[in-house]
Design a protein around this ligand. Structure first.
Ligand SMILES: [Zn+2]
Length: 347
């Protein structure tokens, strides 16, 4: 199990789930399953660890000591009764994975007072998987608590929802994220503002982009800041040729090829593209509200040259392109098509 970001507890909203967990543990009646909701998935490890330790600490049941054998094993990810289901790289959680958990649970717990099954991104369970999970929740194994994490309660079937105690994690707002980035990580204020707005109040994403997440797995070469800068430059370069179709077309093909070269970075790429097209549509009426403030002059140039009102269609097209790629369409061809459709009709 990976460790959490140091200093993370300092973000005030984090207190809420921890306090609810403490109250639960002190009440003596543990639910069979808890559904933690909220977008802040960087809390998953910390919340799950806290619960598992507190439920099993040999010294204190509300504030895990961190030094007893049980706390230590959980911290190191070697406790035999704490099942962490790795879902990070999975597109879907399937019924066979849930059944596998079931067969592991059919064996009695080794040493834990309370065995925990930690399922991050429970929203990735498809319907058959959710139904298999429901079966387990209907006939819960002895001394076992399922900890499910999902962005929203409605990501789970109503039948699952009704079997879970629900604890909402309120994500930190943009201002808290900015303050955290500038304070704890000494990020420049301008960049903290750009990043917090690019990530839509997702602290984990912000930390990952800045390479501050300890378990960052796929950083773009030269870091995200450089990746963002070159992507935005390429987009301005592309739109600079929008009135010269042959040149525009060749730039489209090159850019689509370039942006899709690393499939693992597609998510990040779409985030940058979204802020770009959003800024284009916002610039005319509220230039002070753009996200990419360091490219203010370029937006001014391009908007002066292109007084068209089609930017909202572009944003729709971008969402559509992302949806198709997520449904397994070729990223390069989809992006080519999206770029080729940008010039106004009749040019
Ligand atoms: Zn302990």
């Amino acid at each position: 199990m990976t460790q959490t970001v140091s200093g993370f507890e300092n973000i005030h909203n984090q207190q809420s789930p921890i306090n609810e967990i403490k109250t639960l543990l002190q009440s003596d009646t543990l639910p069979n399953a808890i559904l933690f909701t909220g977008n802040e998935s960087s809390k998953i490890n910390q919340t799950a660890l806290f619960f598992s330790k507190a439920a099993n600490c040999t010294k204190d049941s509300a504030n895990p000591c961190g030094s007893c054998i049980s706390c230590k094993k959980i911290e190191q990810g070697v406790h035999p009764d704490i099942l962490f289901i790795n879902t990070t790289d999975k597109k879907n959680i399937t019924i066979s994975q849930i059944r596998e958990i079931g067969s592991r649970l059919s064996i009695k717990a080794n040493e834990a007072r309370v065995r925990t099954v930690i399922l991050p991104h429970a929203e990735k369970m498809n319907i058959p998987a959710q139904n298999a999970m429901l079966k387990m929740l209907e006939e819960p194994p002895d001394r076992t608590v399922f900890l499910l994490f999902a962005p929203k309660v409605t990501d789970m079937l109503p039948t699952i929802q009704s079997r879970c105690r629900k604890i909402g994690c309120i994500p930190p707002d943009r201002a808290s994220i900015e303050a955290y980035l500038t304070g704890t990580h000494e990020v420049a204020p301008d960049m903290a503002r750009i990043i917090s707005r690019t990530c839509g109040e997702n602290l984990e994403k912000a930390l990952m982009l800045l390479d501050l997440q300890k378990d960052a797995t796929h950083e773009p070469e030269g870091g995200w800041i450089e990746h963002r800068r070159t992507t935005l430059h390429s987009l301005f370069f592309l739109l600079g040729a929008v009135d010269q179709i042959p040149r525009y077309m060749s730039r489209c093909l090159l850019l689509a090829e370039h942006l899709t070269r690393k499939p693992e970075l597609l998510g990040e790429m779409f985030m940058i593209l979204r802020t770009f097209f959003r800024d284009l549509s916002v610039f005319r009426h509220a230039p002070q509200d753009i996200i990419n403030t360091d490219f203010f002059d370029s937006f001014e140039d391009i908007c002066a040259k292109r007084p068209y009102n089609d930017h909202l269609d572009w944003i729709k097209g971008l969402f559509e392109a992302q949806r198709k790629i997520e449904a397994n369409a070729s990223a390069r061809l989809t992006l080519e098509r999206f770029f080729l459709q940008l010039p106004p009709k009749g040019m």
